[in-house]
Design a protein around this ligand. Sequence first.
Ligand code: PLP
Length: 401
Amino acid sequence: MACFLRCCLVLYLGMQRIYLDANATTPVLPEVFAAMQPYFTERFGNPSSVHGAGQHARAALEKARAGVAALLQCSTKEIIFTSGGTEGDNLALAGFLDPLLRAGERPHLITSAIEHHAVLYTAQALEARGVEVTYLEPNSKGIIEPATLQAALRPNTRLLSVMLANNETGALQPLGKLARIAKAHGNVLVHTDAVQAVGKLTVDLTGEYKNVDMLTMSGHKMYAPQGTGALFVRKGVQLTPLFHGGPHERQRRAGTENVPGIIALGRAALAAQEWLATPAADELRTRRDRLEQGLLASIPGARVNAAGAARTPNTSNIHFASVDAESLLIALDLQGIAASFGAACQSGATEPSHVLLAMGHTQAEARSSVRFSLSRLTTEEEIDRVLTIVPKVVSRLRALG
Ligand code: PLP
């Protein structure tokens, strides 16, 4: 038995693995790793130090800030480095609304029912502190319709927070339109969680998104390390910091900067700009579409969730009727394919996706849905293998009942 298990393990570890979970995290690109590496060793200075080592780190950090600002088309002064998407979302929502509460206002926040928990749970915490919150429901394609926002606006609405791209379905929200509606209403700031959009599509804060006041991004969804990120805060927007301490990041985020991580984020921003300027971005979409169409053609009862919505080029969320998604994911992993539930797995129990439920899917449908998210590194050969393996695994699971 031990020998059999060892053989299985050797086969499993020796297998060529296919990673289709880029919305969970991406590998660090070699050029990004090379850029950050010296900042762990010979260039380890603290950017707040006055000596040469510190000033070298400061200059490198500011260069990285310029890289991130160039990707978003904003000023370097409008970028705050954070520890990732969760911190950025918390800082945007609580940093703006808490001072209003303290000043005696009862502000109204509008967000959506399909946000990542980094926004949803922050909204709930703010609600407990006295903020009025409306959670906009999407249509069946996972889109927040402008009319739904229009109907939710109140005289005391102060903040709109709607994600740009959904992490589970890839559905792109009509953020430009939503932001224009919010601005036409009056005294409303607009925040977007763009964690799943930045690096996958052009996000221009001077063009379509010029009415966006705050934008969250995360490094590990765009080929920089986990624990890195940034919040764009448009000039003039007042935020109260979450952390108290030193005057880092123009008094908005205390704490010695994660210099290697920030250098990596700056380099990844440059790589994203270069990638977006090439046909590779369209090729990724074509590869994703080939995967999707191949699966739908070979698997009866397979259906794309959020089909018909504009989506990020790498994401496909597929419902496989009468298949338990957890069993499918385990079986695929044993075949060397890493995919995911759209929804997070909490305390060992997999909750059905709040996004799919909000779109009107049943619990059973939500529990039979799997997210494939391609990376820039996904190859045609990998898609071919996935198209061979997934139909076999699905029919085996169905046969087992
Ligand atoms: N927002 C969205 C849409 C995400 O997909 C994620 C992570 O999956 C986050 C926020 C949280 O980002 P981080 O993991 O960097 O804290």
